[in-house]
Design a protein around this ligand. Sequence first.
Ligand SMILES: Cc1cc2nc3c(=O)[nH]c(=O)nc-3n(C[C@H](O)[C@H](O)[C@H](O)COP(=O)(O)OP(=O)(O)OC[C@H]3O[C@@H](n4cnc5c(N)ncnc54)[C@H](O)[C@@H]3O)c2cc1C
Length: 350
Amino acid sequence: MMNLLHDISLKPYNTFGIDVVAKQGFVELRCASDYDSFAEYISQNKQMLDHLFILGGGSNVVFSGDYDGLVVHPADPIDGGIRLLSSDGDICMVEARAGVVWDDFVSFCIRNGWYGLENLAGIPGTVGASPVQNIGAYGREAKDVIDRVHVYDLWHDSQCWFENSECHFGYRHSIFKEIGRARYLVDRVVFRLASHFVPDLSYKGLEEAWNSIDEHEREFVDDATLMSMTVRKVRNSKLPDPKYIGSAGSFFKNPVVDGDVYRHLKELYPNVVAFPAGDNKYKISAGWMIEQCGWKGRDMGEAGVYEKQALVLVNRGRCTGSDVVALAESVINDVYSRFGIKLNPEAIIV
Ligand SMILES: Cc1cc2nc3c(=O)[nH]c(=O)nc-3n(C[C@H](O)[C@H](O)[C@H](O)COP(=O)(O)OP(=O)(O)OC[C@H]3O[C@@H](n4cnc5c(N)ncnc54)[C@H](O)[C@@H]3O)c2cc1C
């Protein structure tokens, strides 16, 4: 039986801390039978597909107001939700349920000697969202470790596996995002991890932090744990901790422009921060442009631009969705007036 709850505040379910409700109810999924009951409900109420939002940890979502539909939330599983499927000495196949908290999963794997997730430590959210978003940090992406993804196809009342190559992984992108409205409900993900730890230091800032670790510290903590601790430390110096400051992480995408546009910009602003993006294109740092427009550390209403990282919008206290949207629009307009480049949100505005 599906447990449909009403008038539940979504404030604890989104890291921005926006206080809204889902007008047509809220459903938590904790075990396999909850997923089955929910899929059964949708198959009998297909009209709900137009008014359905799958909410994981709510760490990349901004609710602009009460949600005019039903919110379904894969929650922390009753049974822990993580199991080792196989291990052949080099490779471990590990399955995790969608509602498992991502960072708990990372720590659990390291404790059990299953490696490959260390650089992704500290990312908020759930395991279920990791393939949807193809989360990434410090030179690693979820696609590097995901073997396959199991979903409920809510349009066709069926269940299926997507192999890694079928997931259409790209930069913070996957097939699960391609269709604008809810179709695929991820219920579990299988990861291909390694039995031996090899540090991935491809990200320069991380290599510096890793090399500066005290020898004394190395004696007492194993390398994989030390790596995840280093990653969390580097992250905390730049990003707000959702426990204390509400945000949705990087709010804007870094825009990619043609080589001509980049060269013109470089003439006007020799210190522009940009990275080659292949195919004669350049990724311009949105944070740099926002900072140049004087927004870093500034507030508008109860929403603000984070003082340590201009790409992040934060909740200054009692922020509403409209505060965030109004601030985002002002930032977008100012950046466009000054640089002629339109910023797009990375956060999902619902
Ligand atoms: C402080 C901070 C730092 C961050 N740093 C990073 C970072 O370094 N790298 C990075 O990649 N991201 C980062 N993020 C963004 C965010 O953590 C990721 O996008 C994360 O994967 C979102 O997970 P979630 O469970 O909170 O998903 P939500 O925000 O709830 O949802 C995100 C999207 O996934 C869909 N979804 C969620 N669960 C499922 C499911 N089970 N089945 C189908 N669809 C689903 C939702 O419908 C929505 O479209 C950061 C966010 C914050 C607040």
